[in-house]
Design a protein around this ligand. Structure first.
Ligand SMILES: Nc1nc(=O)c2c([nH]1)NC[C@@H]1CN(c3ccc(C(=O)N[C@@H](CCC(=O)O)C(=O)O)cc3)C=[N+]21
Length: 287
């Protein structure tokens, strides 16, 4: 039976680390990190996530602002807001909650955020620097997964890592981070021969957005299974992942639950990225 990876507990520890650093920055430099979150429309999931981000920001002693706009806001109006936040010296991190309404091109908005303030790590400059293995702000969810692997003492070097799902916000950066740590990485589309790909994984990360897509019987005995999926069941409103949890747990050595696995880590890493953006803003060697 697999050991559970307690993302909630690790995330709380990350936030405590950040809080200690924020207290020191405030005392020594008079600096308080600031996070601005932009939310458009009335998507209930976005509302929940944004309030989670705001709560975490306040818990660690950041300043935080939520800028809410109606779903009818124009792309130009949203761009103007992003530019204002880019110029605001109290704001160290700018996050535009996705998804955006259909009449707004998310690439245009994401590219407008100053790369130094892009705490999501979605800006093409940060994404490109990740590809090149250069310093960059890294996407929060895969960064959180890397931290979970570290916590359980899982060393990626030389292991076969399989990532299911190729999104720009999870799958692709996840594969690159594992590659950077010298894993042998396979990045799969959900149309791949998943049973055969998954069965070779020492480290399996699933971010496909399809409820219980990965069956327990496919898991290699002893594998580390990281489930990034978040699917709300029609029947009872409960969250389930992209992995058939019970059956997978019988074969895996470690597995993340949903909820309480990767989700809380995403927010904790956003908080970390914002702290780092604030410290970078002080200029070289002044931290
Ligand atoms: N610009 C942008 N950046 C994001 O980082 C971003 C985004 N847009 N759009 C949506 C996704 C989703 N996301 C989650 C964050 C926390 C949990 C989380 O804390 N989940 C809890 C459960 C929450 C619940 O019960 O609903 C858990 O897994 O334990 C989940 C999902 C960030 N996203």
């Amino acid at each position: 039976m697999a050991q559970l990876i307690d993302g909630k507990a690790v995330a709380a520890r990350v936030r405590a680390e950040v809080k200690a650093e924020v207290d020191r920055l405030r005392a020594e430099k008079g600096l308080v990190p600031g996070l601005a979150v932009v939310r458009v429309g009335e998507d209930p999931a976005s509302k929940t996530y944004v309030s989670g981000k705001k709560k975490a920001a306040e818990e660690v002693g950041f300043l935080s602002w939520e800028h809410h706009r109606d779903s009818t806001v124009s792309q130009d109006e949203l761009l103007a807001l992003v530019r204002r936040l880019n110029e605001d010296p109290a704001v160290h991190g700018v996050l535009v909650q996705l998804p955006l309404p259909r009449h707004i091109d998310p690439d245009v908005i994401i590219s407008a955020v100053r790369p130094e303030k892009d705490v999501d790590g979605f800006h093409p400059l940060n994404a490109g620097n990740l590809v090149l293995g250069r310093p960059a702000t890294r996407a929060c969810t895969p960064l959180g997964v890397m931290r979970l692997l570290e916590e359980i003492g899982c060393e990626p070097a030389g292991k076969r890592a399989v990532v299911v799902g190729r999104s720009n916000i999870v799958g692709k950066p996840m594969a690159l981070m594992l590659l950077q740590r010298n894993a042998t990485v396979t990045l799969c589309h959900s149309k791949s021969d998943l049973p055969s790909e998954v069965s070779r994984a020492d480290i399996l990360v699933v971010a496909a957005g399809v409820r219980e897509l990965v069956k327990g019987a496919w898991i290699k005995p002893g594998a580390v299974v990281i489930d990034v999926g978040m699917n709300r069941k029609e029947e009872d409103g409960k969250l389930v992942g992209d992995v058939e949890f019970q059956a997978a747990a019988e074969r895996a050595s470690f597995i993340t639950p949903v909820p309480g696995g990767v989700g809380p880590m995403t927010i904790a890493m956003l908080i970390r990225n914002t702290l780092e953006a604030a410290v970078r803003g002080l200029g070289p060697s002044s931290a």
